[in-house]
Design a protein around this ligand. Structure first.
Ligand code: NAD
Length: 342
């Protein structure tokens, strides 16, 4: 039995982890704060910490965790851009993650954003509630035949490809590791520039690594079609938000769907409805009628959260037995960012 501090806990986290833990029997302590330099000392006396996407595990925090006796960092997510893996390796800290839980959850939410933006469902819902049945401004387009570009065709990108294939979209993708499953669907792997110039829908499913930081910047946006639909359910910093705002103002970007935001750490997962949002860039985004933002909920299905709890606790048990399971290493990180060949 390992003693694990579960940071950044919400009621649903506790509920699903408690239920899964009946099988594993670890000593879990649920803590509300995010892991930061200010809260790290809460980990004193624990063997491991369990953290999520917006907890911070940079080099100084990892060094402090090591001093406090922590041996295991168990990520309850797939992305690991918030953990300094080099520092963890040097300190001899093990880092494990949940590489896959339900790629369907994220892919389906991604396509949900596309459909809602295309058919203006968010605006139509408000209108009908107010007794306004006018169709002005609600015109959409057929997904069938629309060129769509998927950047990153790993587990999630592949499912997005399958769903969009079902709609009859013309599919393009960019990934340095093309997958046969996508090629069999007829997805054409092309360069990033071709994605930008050919596609009316562009959806991001690559990881956030130094090479993909602000992948969508002013230069990329300038190469896109007028009124393009841009969707990001991957990681906020794939997008230069100010450049995207400029693109929305110039109408180069006609539709924007976000489930992630670069500065989401201070916003998402909490009820801030009584507060004044201080982030002016985020507030500006919310002003556009053709933007839908959800608060990092793409993963949030019963199936995915159950699988996250199961795999995380299974990873903790494997660590206790001295086995390597879902371990993150620097070499894995390097593998995900090999230079592109397409
Ligand atoms: P994955 O590792 O299965 O696939 C990532 C793909 O991106 C791989 O095929 C890889 O070759 C490719 N890639 C790497 N660098 C690239 C680059 N520079 N350009 C283009 N492609 C590149 O990951 P996944 O499970 O499909 O998840 C994708 C991302 O989705 C994760 O990195 C994570 O950030 C995000 N995610 C978000 C949520 C959410 O709730 N919003 C949930 C889970 C995952």
């Amino acid at each position: 039995m390992l003693k694990v501090a579960v940071f950044n806990t919400k009621p649903y986290v506790e509920q699903y982890f408690r239920r899964a833990n009946e099988r594993f029997g670890h000593a879990l302590t649920f803590l509300e704060p995010r892991l930061t330099d200010k809260t790290v000392d809460l980990a004193r006396g624990f063997d491991g910490v369990c953290i999520f996407v917006n907890d911070l595990a940079d080099a100084p925090i990892l060094a402090r965790l090591k001093e406090l006796g922590v041996r295991l960092i168990a990520l309850r997510c797939a992305g690991f851009n918030n953990v300094d893996l080099e520092a963890a390796e040097k300190l001899g800290l093990s880092v494990v993650r949940v590489p896959a839980y339900s790629p369907y959850a994220v892919a389906e939410h991604t396509v949900g954003l596309m459909l809602a933006l295309n058919r203006r469902i968010h605006r139509a819902h408000q209108r009908v509630r107010e007794g306004n049945f006018s169709l002005d401004g609600l015109m959409g387009f057929d997904m069938h035949g629309t060129p769509a570009g998927i950047i990153g065709t790993g587990k999630i990108g592949q499912i997005v490809a399958r769903i969009l294939h079902g709609f009859g979209c013309e599919l393009y993708a960019y990934d340095m590791h093309p997958t046969p499953a996508c090629q069999e669907l007829g997805v054409r792997y092309v360069s990033l520039d071709e994605i930008y110039s050919r596609c009316f829908i562009i959806t991001l499913h690559c990881p956030l690594v130094p090479q993909t930081y602000h992948l969508i910047n002013a230069e990329a946006i300038a190469k896109m079609q007028d009124c393009v639909m841009l969707i990001n359910t991957s990681r906020g910093a794939l997008i230069d938000t100010q450049a995207v705002i400029n693109g929305l103002k110039s109408q180069r970007i006609g539709y924007l769907g976000l489930d992630v935001y670069e500065e989401e750490g201070d916003l998402f997962f909490d009820d801030l409805s009584d507060q004044i949002i201080q982030d002016d860039v985020f507030a500006r985004l919310l002003m556009f009628p053709n933007v839908i933002v959800t608060g990092h909920q793409a993963f949030f299905t019963h199936n995915a959260v159950s699988a996250i709890a199961e795999t995380t606790l299974d990873n903790v048990s494997a660590f206790e037995r001295g086995q390597c399971q879902n371990v993150l290493t620097c070499s894995l990180r390097r593998k995900t960012i090999e230079p592109s060949s397409t």
